[in-house]
Ligand binder design. Sequence first.
Ligand code: B1M
Length: 239
Amino acid sequence: MSDANDDDLDLTTLDDDDLVQQMHDDLYDGLAEEIDEGVRILLGRGWPPDKVLGNALVDGMTVVGIDFRDGILFVPEVLMAANAMKAGMAVLRPLLAETGAKPVGKMVIGTVKGDIHDIGKNLVGMMMEGAGFEVIDIGINNPVQNYLDALDEHKPEILGMSALLTTTMPYMKVVIETLEQKGIRDDYVILVGGAPLNEEFGKAVGADAYCRDAATAVETAKRLVAAKREASAHQAVIG
Ligand code: B1M
């Protein structure tokens, strides 16, 4: 996507639209330093962090996803794009987290066994932190025992699971069934997400909700945690 002249390009000379377009190209080309710089320039121009995330990074990554699907990009290139996206997210993370007030709840989140995709999960974690949740991220490729250990150690209200592959998403059911067998399923609000999932799948595996994106995850988490707290308070009064 880039040409040789891009090496000399001074990102600060571009207006907002051209800079965002250039950042899409730089993401595509896996240029982490340029993405870091572009993010800082947009922030310096007064862009709110969530707008930088959405317009410059997520939209750029969507193009990468389409070309990966269509066989135009291959795994090494997508890894470099993912790495560049992470460089941008590293700048935004503390800023997104800052917008939250006091902790409104706690979430353990991880990508399921066999799956190493973590960009979406990281975004969800960042947005949840931004909304005031404490987030414990247990990373990628998690067998059921990792979830159990993290739930036991951190005692969150919410368990979040991510899967990006049709071959790994059924593992969410394994985790939920294990919680059921141990009699602790109802101790948690369980949210699931990832590109190949849908509402129906969320219901089929026994989750409380499927979240199509990070913003939905935040809204759903707030709503379901509030409902759960209300139900517990009501139970305490009557019982
Ligand atoms: Co992979 N990959 N990949 N990949 N990869 C997909 C998922 C794929 C759809 C590409 C394609 O063919 N079109 C395809 C899956 C096909 C299928 O299963 N039907 C695929 C494949 C096949 C593979 C490999 C098998 C390729 C290979 O090796 N031949 C391999 C598998 C490795 C493994 O996991 N075992 C593989 C590897 C990789 C990379 C390592 C190169 C890299 C991952 C790098 C990383 O994550 N650190 C990668 C990437 C980057 C992608 C695409 C291009 C982009 C995914 C992404 O980051 N999207 C992806 C194509 C695509 O999805 N368009 C693809 C951006 C992200 C912001 O969106 O993750 O959907 P997403 O997250 C969203 C929502 O889904 C939701 O909120 C997020 C933010 O809005 N959400 C949640 C996600 N998790 C949530 C959890 C929640 C709530 C909401 O909990 C509460």
